[in-house]
Structures are given as structure tokens and as C-alpha cells.
Design a protein around this ligand. Structure first.
Ligand SMILES: [Zn+2]
Length: 184
């Protein structure tokens, strides 16, 4: 499976060369031209200088002295370097992932024993403060009284009376009118 990118200079030159040296009499219509383009993209002539560019994916002709190039143009070379760097960065990030910092509770609370305990009293108080907040007697009495009135959970349900807001708005408007008349 080849990934095709924007064709590089070498790949374009190769395609131009093939088309220019192609027998024109074989190209009768659009279909023939499309077939030729498809063949240029997919077929590799058995020639050691004809290669597939490792970046853009198109076939090209390596005219370098030692025939060692792997990409068809300078842009493709830069592209493949960028790709490699990106992959290296991703690998590094995966391998050198920072371990999660342990919470104070994980360090100081021995929870796995039958009778769990804290190693540090200060941390214990700091932790328990969040879950069992101490209250003085007045607050406790207030909460208890509210529970007796509204039930436990301390949720006061809003009672919706039909037309209540309309009546209020009407009353407000009436008061405004009266004030306006009085003050002139
Ligand atoms: Zn290329």
C-alpha cells in the first residue's frame, strides 16, 4: 500500500518524460490518457534507477552519480525528515512518560489493613476536614430544626402557583401607576 502525497519535482519530470516519449497514435481519447497516467503511477519498469519516492509515493528516475537517493526532490527529502522527527518525538514521549504523582492520601494512609490508619496526623486532619466538617452546637441545632420542618436532605422545594407571577407583575404595575399619579 503506497501513500501518495503532493508529487515532487523528480516524479513530475519522470511523468513528463514518459508522456513526451509515448506513441501519440496510441492516445486516442481521454480514457487512454487516464490509463497511461495510472500506469505511470502504479507500474515500475525493471530498471535499477527507476524508484518509488519514499515520501510522495510516485515513481521517479534517479540520475544521481551513485544512485543512492531515496526521494525524488529536495522538498520530499525535507518532508521525510520532518516525518521521521515527528515519529521520534512521539516515541520519546511514549517511553519517557512522567509517572503520576501520588496523592497525600496514597502516601500517608494505610488503607489495606484491617484497621486502617494514618502515618501522619497533620495529613489525617487535613483530609478528614473535607469529609467530616466539625460544626458548633448552634449550627447543628439549626440544621436539625430545618430537617424537622422540611425533612432530611434540607431541600426546600419551590412551590409553583399558577398565575402567581402574573399577579405580582400586575400589582407592581398598579403601584407604579398610583405613585405616578400621586407625585404628578
Ligand atoms: Zn517525491
Amino acid at each position: 500500500m503506497v501513500t501518495f502525497r503532493e508529487p515532487g519535482e523528480g516524479a513530475i519530470n519522470y511523468a513528463i518524460y514518459i508522456v513526451e516519449n509515448y506513441d501519440d497514435s496510441k492516445l486516442k481519447n481521454r480514457e487512454d490518457l487516464l490509463n497511461l497516467m495510472y500506469a505511470i503511477m502504479t507500474q515500475m519498469p525493471p530498471h535499477k534507477r527507476v524508484k518509488r519516492c519514499e515520501y510522495c509515493g510516485y515513481v521517479w528516475y534517479d540520475d544521481s552519480l551513485r544512485n543512492t537517493k531515496k526521494t525524488c526532490s529536495a522538498e520530499c527529502k525535507t518532508g521525510i525528515k520532518t516525518l521521521q522527527r515527528r515519529m521520534q518525538r512521539a516515541d520519546r514521549a511514549l517511553l519517557q512518560r512522567k509517572p503520576r504523582k501520588k496523592t497525600k492520601k496514597e502516601i500517608n494512609y494505610i488503607w489495606w489493613l484491617e484497621y486502617p490508619f494514618w502515618l501522619d496526623e497533620y495529613e489525617m486532619l487535613k483530609h478528614s476536614w473535607k469529609y467530616e466538617i466539625p460544626k458548633d452546637v448552634e449550627v447543628m441545632t439549626f440544621i436539625d430544626a430545618n430537617n424537622q420542618i422540611y425533612g432530611t436532605g434540607n431541600r426546600r422545594k419551590k412551590v409553583i402557583k399558577p398565575g402567581y407571577e402574573d399577579t405580582q407583575a400586575g400589582q407592581r404595575f398598579y403601584k407604579l401607576c398610583v405613585n405616578k399619579l400621586r407625585t404628578g
